[in-house]
Ligand binder design. Structure first.
Ligand code: ADP
Length: 262
């Protein structure tokens, strides 16, 4: 029937993607989108073919982070062309498809699921080494649909900040993945310490070690610390990619070691 044909279409597309990572966080503002974008760029810079998919319906960040605000993907009867951002990096965001960036989107779960499915099977991703999906924070419709559609070989990269208060949110993200049968690739601690530009000493602005403790408690891999870096904020605001312009910095090195290309 029609459903089987459609499932086949999705499976055909997914079979051409070697590694699938879904970037999650328990709550907003921890740097999840920043990590997703820089992780994708970092893998692309390492010569991998990378797709970056932003499934945040209510607050898509990827177009802004990559200065792609005005871009409209090319529609070719059955196919949506992802936007090529760099030699090895192709980008697709729900933000590209919204008529007006200032308008609130009111869509129910099934509608979002349909849209995410389209973004996986109707976008001409081609053969990819990595697909990185930036989900909205929490454990709502978008991460649920994304993991269900990608299947159980999709792995979660969970981003958190070092404070103890973030711990419960991360625990929720981890159990969410476990319930769906998706492996947790690991936990990244972002905004972890600040190197004082004048005295060069590392200051733990928030408490530190929350991510690492939690990783060991949840039997998840600890993927490292990304320090606070004012240049990351500037990059995000101005729409350039931090790991590309500051590839020598400790923060860029930390992003580069989250996923080591196979
Ligand atoms: P989320 O996707 O979790 O809501 P964002 O990626 O939008 O979070 O990041 C929130 C803000 O924090 C942005 O202004 C971003 O530039 C900033 N930010 C993220 N990571 C860092 C970091 N390591 N150092 C400094 N600023 C950061």
């Amino acid at each position: 029937g029609k459903n089987e044909q459609e499932d086949q279409k999705l499976q055909n597309c997914l079979s051409r993607i070697k590694n699938k990572f879904v970037v999650l966080s328990g709550k907003g503002g921890v740097g999840k989108s920043t990590v997703a974008v820089n992780l994708a760029a970092s893998l692309a810079m390492a010569g991998q073919k990378v797709g970056l998919l932003d499934v945040d319906v209510h607050g898509p960040s990827v177009p802004r982070l990559l200065s792609l605000g005005q871009s409209k993907p090319h529609l070719d009867n059955q196919c949506i062309e992802p936007i090529q951002w760099d030699k090895n990096l192709w980008v697709m965001s729900l933000g590209f498809m919204l008529p007006n960036a200032n308008e609130a989107v009111i869509w129910r779960g099934p509608v979002k699921m349909g849209l995410i499915k389209q973004f996986l099977e109707d976008v001409a991703w081609g053969d990819l080494d990595y697909l990185i999906v930036d989900c909205p924070p929490g454990t709502g419709d978008e991460p649920l649909s994304t993991l269900q559609l990608l299947g159980q070989d999709a792995e979660a990269v969970i981003v958190t900040t070092p404070q103890g208060v973030a711990v419960d949110d991360v625990r929720r993200s981890v159990t969410f993945c476990q319930q769906l049968g998706n492996p947790v690739f690991g936990i990244v601690e972002n905004m972890s310490g600040f190197v004082c530009p004048s005295c060069k000493e590392t200051v733990d602005i928030f408490t530190s070690g929350g991510g690492e403790e939690l990783a060991s408690e949840m039997h998840a891999r600890f993927l490292g610390r990304i320090p606070l870096d004012p240049e990351i904020v500037r990059a995000g605001d101005e729409g350039y990619v931090f790991v590309k312009t500051h590839h020598e910095s400790p923060a860029a090195q930390a992003v580069g070691s989250i996923v080591k290309p196979m």
